[in-house]
Design a protein around this ligand. Structure first.
Ligand SMILES: Cc1ncc(COP(=O)(O)O)c(C=O)c1O
Length: 382
């Protein structure tokens, strides 16, 4: 039996994870982007080893931070992009990277462009920083989600930053090089910095291949990523940002000592173990995610309603439009189906894009838990 065939609901409900810990006992969690599985054996061993050595002093490494080395190697080996040496620094998480990049590349009132819908805390961060959200709406077409590049330079006038989430959350798109090229062109034309959030890249499903944006625009791109999504360690808090633009790198280098905080030693050893030693685990995980994705596809296609969606090309999140079903008001899902999905409205807050009839389903769970989740949603639909 693989470690992905069953999940221990008692472990999940009694732990510190918000996905299950915050829910009433009779509600199933299919919302926040954590997986119900454990972690790779190599990650577990790295954390246990640290605990056994009671090695909890201030972090120190001789030479380059091993997180940076592991990141550089992984990008080159798996994604065919060689980061510029000495341009990567560690952060606690991607939200922090976004806040730092907003602060150092834009001023209040400047525009920040990004695809909408998007990861909700990004919208909240931009709105709270007093910058303007300039939405690039994702467009539903019968063959998949895309976005218009018509008059891109006109639409992005007044922007200083483009935030590109690729693979995209919540639609699951893995943008192709041809789709990314106009974004690289407009960044050049308007002198934009691009923050490329590539946190879901290791979860691209074949035949889709992740293209790092920095490969197209090395001196405009800040690449932010972490091992947290693919290796299920979001609670540990360690991320990296590779800073291509000279002016952004210089601005960050001038910041006061420890201004950006420091990820813990635990999070760093776990990140290194994940990126270096956990590929066999990730390969097994990918099989179960693809299996679950097919289960979701089959279930949706057999419904008597048109639950509009496209299979995600990466990761474990399905983005459904319930508009043409009896559950148009998706806030009823938790109340009536006793399943918690992520409600669509928050993926477009602070914009005029309407995603209120959408909900995002997290299918990173055991096949039997997924079957129960889908049954419950199906029950509420009929
Ligand atoms: C696209 C995207 N970016 C960032 C994050 C969160 O990253 P962090 O926990 O490092 O802030 C998530 C979490 O689901 C995400 O989906």
């Amino acid at each position: 039996m693989t470690p992905f065939e069953t999940v221990d609901h008692d472990r999940l409900r009694s732990g510190h994870g918000v996905k299950w810990g915050s829910l009433p006992r009779d509600v199933l969690g299919a919302w926040v982007a954590d997986m119900d599985f454990g972690v790779p054996p190599a990650v577990r061993a790295s954390v246990v080893d640290l605990a056994e050595r009671e090695d909890f002093g201030y972090p120190f490494w001789r030479g380059q931070d091993p997180v940076v080395t592991a990141f550089e190697e992984r990008m080159a080996d798996r994604h065919g992009w060689s980061p510029i040496p000495d341009r990567t620094r560690v952060f606690t998480d991607l939200i922090q990277v976004l806040q730092v990049v907003i602060e150092h590349t834009t001023a209040p009132g400047d525009g920040i462009a990004l695809h909408v819908p998007t990861y909700p805390p990004f919208l909240a961060s931009i709105a709270r920083s007093g910058r303007r959200i300039v939405p690039l709406p994702m467009r539903w077409t019968p063959s998949g989600w895309d976005f218009s590049t018509d008059a891109l330079a006109d639409r992005l006038q007044g922007c200083k930053l483009l935030v590109l989430v690729n693979p995209h959350n919540p639609t699951g798109r893995v943008f192709t090089r041809a789709e990314l090229a106009p974004l690289a062109d407009v960044a050049e034309e308007l002198d934009l910095v691009v923050l490329a959030d590539e946190i879901h890249a290791d979860l691209a499903h074949a035949p889709h291949r992740h293209v790092p944006f920095a490969a197209l625009a090395p001196h405009r791109t800040v690449t932010a990523t972490s091992a947290t999504k693919a290796f299920n360690i979001a609670g540990l808090r360690c991320a990296v940002a590779h800073v291509g633009p000279d002016r952004t790198w210089d601005a960050l280098s001038r910041a006061p000592l420890d201004y950006f905080g420091t990820p813990s030693t635990v999070s760093r050893v776990a990140t290194v173990a994940a990126w270096r030693d956990a590929q066999p685990w990730l390969d097994e995980l990918s099989k179960v995610l693809r299996h679950n994705r097919s289960t979701v596809e089959r279930w949706a296609s057999e419904l008597p309603w048109d639950l509009r969606h496209h299979a995600p090309e990466a990761s474990y999140l399905s983005w459904f439009d319930f508009a043409d079903t009896p559950l148009r008001d998706v806030t009823r899902l938790e109340r009536e189906a006793r399943v918690k999905l992520s409600e669509g409205a928050e993926f477009a807050s602070f914009t005029d894009v309407d995603t209120s009839t959408f909900a995002r389903l997290n299918f990173a769970t055991s096949p039997s838990t997924l079957a129960e989740i889908l049954d419950r949603i199906g029950g509420a639909l009929t």
